[in-house]
Each structure stands twice: as structure tokens, then as C-alpha cells.
Design a protein around this ligand. Structure first.
Ligand code: GLU
Length: 373
């Protein structure tokens, strides 16, 4: 199973963590970038399509600007990202050029992924680059990203890119061997989990236990990224990028790292985008009947099943559907504003039309725009 996934995946997103390619003391680790580029080029020449998501801009920029500590202020962090990103890209450009491989810089924000038109546009551009045999080197556009439009960490960005390009596999290279049963620094008996068939509460708890590892997100964001792409039918491999030669060996079937299997069903791209890329702007609470109609019978959401609404949101915005206990069980794009939902909640369509005039849509969320989580 493991071997088959790793050896047969054709389109692969490889995330390279900050701690692999940069350090606070010495800035960018060009030796590491050279070695990883060689391994990635070797994998590509074996017939795989590769996209790289690389961190390291901010840490490299900190060194270049001569800052003493990790900046707290946003403009300074963004300045560090700007000087660091050009250096990071220069290092990849130089490294891959030696190997006769072309690369391209792509900088994304959450905005680019959350807007369907921009999402599709980015998808087409990346497909065109891959068609030319170019390896896209992707990072968050940290220089312009403020909180509302930030993805925030590159494990999540890599997961969103894997979905964007319909990848077969996400590889997260970091400075740990994978997911352990316990924190290996505290428990010498901790064992590496080589195959994770389901990302359940137990797995999430184990990830939390080892979340103090180096890097922005630690193990928790990596497992969350694996869960995110798993819903889209993409498997994730967490692998130690410090060990020379490991990446090509594992992709050829050798055992190392932790592989998280994808869920069986593959959501279509648009539904995955609604469920995992978009952020909910509000919440609609449904009664038991509506919860059952949506989740078991594939129905659209009608006003009559709505108990409560919290916003504000506008027509077209993503919202969460929760049951009476407050558990989110679905997400979808609404046809009307939160103010309107507040007015029509609990009402029958005939009463709405009588009191408020004929409405453009009968459903608050049409089932085509609804994803059961
Ligand atoms: N985009 C950040 C950088 O290049 C890294 C974010 C992360 O490591 O998750 O420095």
C-alpha cells in the first residue's frame, strides 16, 4: 500500500521547512538548498511533476538585515520577508540552473486561493509551468499578507497548493523523522508511525504532543495539512529532509517517514475549495430535521429548518452549518445575507413569498454549493 502510493504518485508537492534551508545564525543554507535541488531534480527526471513550497524567506531576511531577534512588528517582518525572498529565490535559481532545470517564483496569499477566479487562474498558470517542465517555487506573499488574507503557515499553504494543482502526493520535508507515538525527546521508547490510515482524535493528540519541534507550525500543522489534503484524496508523507538522499529513496519505495493515507472519497475540486480553502463568515444553526435532510438525504438548506443565524455575511459568502449542539457539520455558499436569513428563518417558502414578495432563490444554500464535512 505504502510503496504503491509513493512509487506511483506522479504530481508531487514538496514542502521545504524554514529550519532546513535557513538558520538565524548563518542565514540561508545554500548547501542544503543545493543538495535538496539535486534530489528534487533527480525525482523529476524520473518522470514526476514537482512543485516546491519553500519557507525560509523571513529567517533569511532577518540575517540579511542584521536583526538580533525574530521581529514582532508586522512591517519589519514583511521587510525581512522581502529581502529574504529574493535571496531564497536566487539560491534556488542558482542551484537548479546547475542542473539545467528551470524554476519560477510564485507568491500566493489566501486571497488568491479564496477567490474562485484567481484560484482557477493560478491553477492554469501552474499547469502551464509544469507543462514546460518548470519547477514552481512557491511561498506565501508575506510582504503584502496581513492577517485577513494570510494563509499563515507553509504546511497549510502546501496543502492548499496540492489541492490547487490536483496533486497525487504532498511531501512535507522537515527536521523530524515523522509522527511518533509520543514525544521522542521525552520518551526514548517513542516509536515512529510509518503508516497512518486515519487521522482521528488519537493521531491529532499525538501530533499535539510533539508540536514543540522547530519550525513555524510543528507537528500539529503538518497533521492538519495531511487531514486537509486527505479529504481531497491526496496522501501526505512527512519526511526528514536533513538526511541526504532520503527523498528519492523513499519515493522509490524505501521505508522512512510517516505516510498519511487519503480518505477514500475524492471531493470534487469546487467542493473541496468550499470546505477547506474558504473561511466561514458566519454560522447558521439548524434543527434536527434539517441536519438530517442535509447530511443524510443530500437536500438543500431551506429557511424552514433554520433556528438561528450569526453573521454578518453577504450573499455568496461561505458559512458554517451547525447542529443544535453547535457542532459544525457542513459548509456552503449562501444565497442571501445574514440579515435576510434572520428575517426568513423558520418560515415556509409560501409564507416568505406572501410576506416579502417572490424571492430569487428558494434555498438559503443550494446543495451544489454545500459540503457535508
Ligand atoms: N512564509 C514564511 C517564510 O518564508 C514561512 C512560513 C512557514 O514556515 O510556515 O519565511
Amino acid at each position: 500500500m505504502r510503496d504503491e502510493i509513493l512509487t506511483s504518485s506522479r504530481r508531487i508537492v514538496i514542502k521545504i521547512g524554514s529550519s532546513l534551508v535557513s538558520s538565524r545564525d548563518s542565514g540561508l543554507r545554500t548547501d542544503r538548498i543545493d543538495r535538496l535541488s539535486e534530489e528534487i531534480a533527480a525525482v523529476q527526471s524520473g518522470g514526476r511533476e514537482i512543485l516546491v513550497v519553500s519557507s525560509g524567506a523571513i529567517v533569511s531576511g532577518i540575517k540579511k538585515l542584521g536583526l538580533k531577534a525574530y521581529p514582532k512588528s508586522l512591517p519589519i517582518k514583511q521587510a525581512a520577508a522581502a529581502v529574504g525572498q529574493s535571496r531564497l529565490m536566487w539560491a534556488y535559481e542558482r542551484s537548479f540552473e546547475r542542473l539545467d532545470v528551470k524554476v519560477a517564483q510564485i507568491l500566493l496569499t489566501h486571497h488568491d486561493l479564496a477567490d474562485r477566479r484567481r484560484f482557477l487562474n493560478a491553477r492554469h498558470t501552474l499547469a502551464a509551468l509544469i507543462g514546460f517542465g518548470v519547477i514552481p517555487i512557491i511561498n506565501e506573499n508575506d510582504t503584502v499578507a496581513v492577517d485577513e488574507i494570510r494563509v499563515g503557515d507553509n504546511d497549510t499553504l502546501a496543502a492548499e497548493v496540492a489541492h490547487l494543482v490536483d496533486a497525487d502526493l504532498l511531501v512535507i520535508l522537515s527536521d523530524v523523522d515523522g509522527l511518533y507515538t509520543e514525544d521522542p525527546r521525552k520518551h526514548p521508547s517513542a516509536a515512529l508511525m510509518s503508516l497512518i490510515t486515519e487521522i482521528n482524535e488519537d493521531i491529532e493528540k499525538r501530533a499535539g504532543l510533539s508540536s514543540t519541534f522547530e519550525g513555524t507550525g510543528g507537528m500539529a500543522t503538518k497533521v492538519r495539512a495531511a487531514k486537509k489534503v486527505g479529504e481531497y484524496g491526496v496522501a501526505t508523507l512527512i519526511l526528514n529532509g536533513q538526511q541526504p538522499g532520503l527523498l528519492p529513496k523513499v519515493l522509490a519505495g524505501e521505508a522512512a517517514g510517516s505516510l498519511f493515507l487519503a480518505k477514500g472519497r475524492r471531493l470534487n475540486s469546487r467542493k473541496h475549495w468550499i470546505a477547506f480553502t474558504l473561511r466561514a463568515r458566519g454560522k447558521i444553526t439548524l434543527d434536527h430535521g434539517a441536519v438530517e435532510a442535509l447530511s443524510q438525504r443530500g437536500k438543500s438548506l431551506l429557511p424552514s429548518g433554520i433556528l438561528d443565524v450569526s453573521g454578518p455575511f453577504e450573499a455568496g459568502d461561505p458559512v458554517s452549518c451547525v447542529d443544535q449542539e453547535g457542532r459544525e457539520f457542513a459548509k456552503g455558499l449562501v444565497n442571501c445575507s445574514s440579515e435576510m436569513v434572520g428575517r426568513i428563518k423558520g418560515m415556509k417558502t409560501s409564507d416568505i413569498n406572501r410576506q416579502l414578495g417572490q424571492q430569487e432563490y428558494e434555498e438559503v444554500i443550494h446543495r451544489d454549493n454545500l459540503v457535508i464535512l
